[in-house]
Design a protein around this ligand. Structure first.
Ligand SMILES: Cc1cc2nc3c(=O)[nH]c(=O)nc-3n(C[C@H](O)[C@H](O)[C@H](O)COP(=O)(O)O)c2cc1C
Length: 357
C-alpha cells in the first residue's frame, strides 16, 4: 500500500484516521468502522485527564481500545502538565498504544477551563504539556490542533513546531480556527506551511466528505494522511473508498441495503449493551443519526420522527421506513449528494457541526 504513514514504529496503512468524536466514537462504533475497511487508525473520544487521575471507572471506560482491530490512540485533554502526564502514563500502563493530546476542542465546557483549543493561546504551557507527557511515556505522543484560536492568532506553525521539538510523532490539524467553530469551510492550504516545516507526518482534517475532497485536501496541504470525522458518519466506507482510489483499485460502492444493515447492526449492538441506560442508548443513536442524515434529501421528516422517538424499537422502524422510501425511489446514490435542505439548516445554529454552510 502506497498511501501509508508511520507513527514512530507503528504502521498506519492506509494513512486514514477516524477522528475522535465525543459521544460517538466509543469502542463499539470504532469496531464498526474498522469492519467497513480502510481505516488505518482510530482515536477514542476525548477523555478528561482529571477523571483518569481520580481513577473514575466510567471515564476509564472511554479509553478502552481492546480488539478494535488495528492501531488505536487514546485522546486526553486537560491543562495541568503533571496531570496530563500522569494520565498518559496510566493509559500506557493499561495498554494504550498511542497518546493523543487535544488542542482542538472548541466546546465552551472545555475552553472555559482553558483546555482544548484554548491551549493554543499559551504556547509556553503547550511546551510544558508536551514535555511532561512525552517524558512520562514510552509510547508515541501525537497532537491534534486547529489553525489557532482566531483569525488574528493563527499560530498552528508555532505550536506544531513546539510539538515536534518536544517529541511528538504526528500532528493532526483541523483546518479552522476555534473562532470559526464549524462555520465556513476548512482551509486546507493553510496547513501546507506546517507540512513543509515539520519532519514528522502531518495529517489534514476538516470537511472531507468525499473521495474528491480527500484528494483536494491532500493536494492543497501536502499532508501525509487524512483524518475524517463527520464524513465517516455519513459514509462509513469513505476511508475504504479513498484508500482504494488513491491506490488505483476498484472502489467499493455500498448499496442502500448495506447502509441499512450498518444502521441496524448498530441498533442491535446498542440493544444488547448492558452497560448503557436506555436513555444513553437513545442519546447515542440520535446523535449519530443527526450526522448520518446530514445534508440528505427526504430526511427532514425522518429526523423529526426520530428526535421524538422514545425507544430503540421505534427508532428502528422509522429508519427502516426511510430506507424503504429511498429504495422504492431508486435513490441508491443519495448518500453521494450533499443537499442544502432549508429545514435542516434552520434546525442547527450557525457554527453547529451538523449544519452545512
Ligand atoms: C460530535 C463531535 C464530537 C467531537 N469530539 C471531538 C473530540 O472528542 N476530540 C477532538 O479532538 N475532536 C472532536 N471533534 C472534532 C473532530 O475530531 C474533527 O476535528 C472535526 O469534526 C472536523 O473534521 P470533520 O469535518 O471530518 O468532521 C468532534 C466533532 C464532532 C462533530
Amino acid at each position: 500500500m502506497t498511501f501509508a504513514l508511520k507513527i514512530d514504529q507503528i504502521d498506519i496503512a492506509p494513512a486514514t484516521i477516524l477522528a475522535p468524536m465525543e459521544g460517538i466514537t466509543d469502542i463499539t462504533f470504532r469496531k464498526m468502522i474498522r469492519a467497513c475497511g480502510g481505516c488505518g487508525l482510530t482515536v477514542t473520544e476525548f477523555v478528561n485527564c482529571e477523571g483518569l487521575t481520580r481513577d473514575v471507572e466510567r471515564v476509564w471506560e472511554k479509553t478502552r481500545c481492546d480488539n478494535d482491530g488495528g492501531p488505536s490512540s487514546v485522546q486526553i485533554y486537560g491543562r495541568i502538565p503533571e496531570n496530563l502526564a500522569r494520565a498518559a502514563a496510566m493509559c500506557e500502563a493499561r495498554g494504550a498504544q498511542i497518546i493523543d493530546l487535544n488542542l482542538g476542542c472548541p466546546a465552551k465546557k472545555v475552553v472555559s477551563g482553558n483546555a482544548g483549543s484554548a491551549l493554543m493561546r499559551e504556547p509556553e504551557l503547550c511546551r510544558q504539556i508536551f514535555h511532561a507527557v512525552k517524558s512520562s511515556i514510552k509510547i508515541p505522543m501525537t497532537v491534534k490542533m486547529r489553525l489557532g484560536w482566531s483569525e488574528g492568532s493563527m499560530n498552528v506553525q508555532e505550536i506544531a513546531h513546539i510539538a515536534e521539538s518536544e517529541g511528538a510523532s504526528l500532528v493532526a490539524v483541523h483546518a479552522r480556527t476555534r473562532e470559526e467553530a464549524y462555520r465556513g469551510h476548512s482551509r486546507w492550504h493553510l496547513v501546507r506551511p506546517v507540512v513543509e516545516q515539520l519532519h514528522i507526518p502531518v495529517v489534514i482534517n476538516g470537511d472531507i466528505l468525499t473521495r474528491e475532497d480527500a484528494k483536494n485536501a491532500l493536494e492543497a496541504s501536502g499532508a501525509a494522511g487524512i483524518m475524517i470525522g463527520r464524513g465517516m458518519l455519513r459514509n462509513p466506507w469513505l476511508m475504504l473508498q479513498i484508500a482504494q482510489d488513491l491506490d488505483g483499485g476498484d472502489i467499493f460502492e455500498p448499496t442502500l441495503d448495506r447502509r441499512a444493515q450498518f444502521v441496524n447492526h448498530y441498533l442491535d449492538i446498542l440493544e444488547n449493551a448492558n452497560d448503557i441506560s436506555e436513555g444513553g442508548k437513545l442519546g447515542k443513536f440520535k446523535c449519530f443519526i443527526g450526522y448520518f442524515t446530514r445534508g440528505l434529501a427526504y430526511s427532514t421528516q425522518m429526523r423529526e420522527k426520530i428526535y421524538k422517538t422514545g425507544s430503540l424499537v421505534q427508532l428502528r422502524s422509522v429508519l427502516n421506513d426511510y430506507f424503504e422510501i429511498l429504495q422504492t425511489g431508486n435513490l441508491d446514490d443519495i448518500f453521494d449528494r450533499v443537499l442544502i435542505d432549508p429545514n435542516n439548516q434552520m434546525r442547527f445554529k450557525e457554527g453547529d457541526p451538523r449544519r452545512i454552510d
